[in-house]
Design a protein around this ligand. Structure first.
Ligand code: MN
Length: 489
């Protein structure tokens, strides 16, 4: 994996990218990480390079690939986010800062689950590309995890399974979700993973022979009816997904009951072809009743679209077949990341407009919301409605503080601690000094500057604070101060 590999990938997936800028970003990152190695002994730059490579494979845009190259620079080197901003502009700097913030979120077990999810929401609502960089970063970290101490491996794997994979799923990124889960599975339960792998290996050959026969027959049928095939291939079930399914009571560990160990996947050009192919398949092989699902007419809540059916295949055994058009296929593999591709290829340069990736995210969030309605576990633990007029900001240590909209640094300070509020003399937001009456927004990192000798809060703060908590504390402190100074004079 070299810079040239990355350039080659970008040339294939994103021909309009400024390659000189990509090279510049690589050199910038390489210089910043000079002398650093990973735990495995490799040069550090191999990690951001692999991250950027994956983002290019997902066909993400130029700022995202560049931010992928730079994503660990502010966190791990003396080069700051401001330096990145000067060299590569606001958009790249914001992406990098978003990733840095997210990497401060530490998994601390299920009791902090909701809090972690909120932080993820904040980062994603700002710009979902931050999350995509994080996915690419996490995939490479998992692939190269063996050099880390076992405890750290477990923490990273748990966090992946409980937070990253569900988010990838809800963003419709099926392929990424599957990879994250399988990598984490191997770390968290190596013996179960090995057993599942063996079950798969034992059954794959016989299933594979029937699949080959089915593909051959199907090709013939489709050709006769002049339905063009974009691709026809077998899709092996992921190990973790198989493991989970085998554990369900209705399967009871019986591999013979699992009919989608390998599914046949047919990709065609149009929706009309999907239905035409379905008709053909049902004519050729007898469908298993009750197994047909039309996710084209009724997409899954995460946007997934395909026709699924199970038929008695060539050997008389049930065989699952998935039919989709090219767009659905892309969307199923890359989820939200596929949006960029269509947006740019379908409607190039329309002048100034709301960035599509933000709109896309709003649409995803609406879908996600829908899904949560159907999901009891989520419903019980997480109410997005409650987030609507709230903002989520961070302490410099990465703790999330939940405040009403329009809150100020003073609200933040009192929320953290009364003492901190009373002694506030200034505030930095995202590293910059701001007015104490300024409004915070979701995702801000707030650093309160204190003055130990300060005797009382400022009366002016009462005009700008939004929380009752801050208001009450300020009034109380002012009253006490007045009494004291009244006595002493
Ligand atoms: Mn990283």
């Amino acid at each position: 994996m070299t810079l040239d590999d990355l350039i080659t990938t970008i040339e294939q997936t994103r021909p309009n990218t400024d390659l000189a800028l990509v090279r510049l970003a690589y050199e910038f990152a390489d210089r910043a990480h000079t002398g650093q190695t990973r735990k495995s002994g490799e040069l550090y730059i191999t990690h951001p390079l692999a991250t950027a490579q994956r983002l290019a494979e997902w066909r993400l845009d130029e700022p995202t690939i560049i931010a992928g190259l730079l994503h660990d620079v502010p966190e791990d080197t003396t080069v700051t986010a401001d330096d990145v901003r000067r060299e590569f502009g606001d958009e790249v700097a914001q992406l990098v800062t978003g990733v840095t913030k997210l990497s401060k979120v530490r998994y601390r077990g299920m009791q902090r689950y909701i809090e972690n999810l909120r932080k993820m929401f904040v980062a994603m609502a700002e710009d979902v590309r931050v999350m995509l960089i994080k996915f690419a970063d996490r995939l490479h970290n998992l692939e190269t995890i063996s050099a880390l101490p076992p405890e750290k491996q477990r923490r990273i794997a748990l966090e992946t399974l409980e937070i990253y994979a569900p988010i990838a799923n809800r963003l419709g990124m099926g392929d990424i979700k599957g990879r994250l889960e399988d990598l984490a599975f191997a770390i968290l339960d190596p013996s179960a993973e090995a057993t599942t792998r063996q079950i798969m290996a034992e059954h794959l050959p016989s299933v594979g022979r029937e699949l080959d026969e089915a593909m051959r027959e199907l090709r013939g049928e489709l050709a006769q009816e002049h339905i063009a095939v974009v691709s026809i291939h077998g899709r092996e079930k992921r190990l973790y997904s198989l493991f989970k399914k085998l554990q369900r009571p209705e399967y009871d560990g019986d591999i013979e009951k699992i009919h989608d160990l390998v599914a046949l996947r047919l990709v065609v050009n149009t929706v009309a072809d999907c239905y035409a192919a379905l008709g053909l398949i049902h004519k050729h092989w007898r469908p298993v009743s009750g197994r047909f699902k039309d996710y084209i007419a009724q997409p899954k809540p995460n946007g997934y679209q395909s026709l699924h059916t199970t038929v008695f295949g060539p050997g008389g055994r049930p065989l699952e077949i998935q039919i989709r058009d090219v767009h659905m296929h892309e969307a199923a593999e890359y989820g939200i990341a596929a949006h960029w591709h269509y947006e740019e290829s379908d409607k190039p340069n329309q002048g100034s407009r709301v960035p599509e990736h933000k709109l896309g995210w709003v649409r995803e969030l609406a879908r996600w919301h829908q899904e949560i309605e159907d999901d009891e576990q989520f419903l019980a633990t997480l109410k997005i409605d409650a987030f609507q007029d709230r903002i989520f900001v961070f302490t410099p240590q990465g703790e999330v503080i939940d405040l009403p909209q329009h809150s100020t640094p003073v609200d933040f300070a009192y929320h953290v601690h009364t003492d901190l509020g009373d002694h506030t003399s200034g505030a930095k937001v995202n590293g910059r000094l701001v007015d104490l009456a300024s409004e915070l927004k979701s995702g801000d990192v707030v650093d309160i500057i204190i003055e130990k000798s300060r005797k009382a809060p400022s009366r002016d703060w009462l005009d700008s604070v939004k929380t009752h908590l801050a208001r009450n504390h300020i009034r109380h402190a002012l009253r006490e101060h007045d009494e004291k100074t009244g006595k002493s004079s």
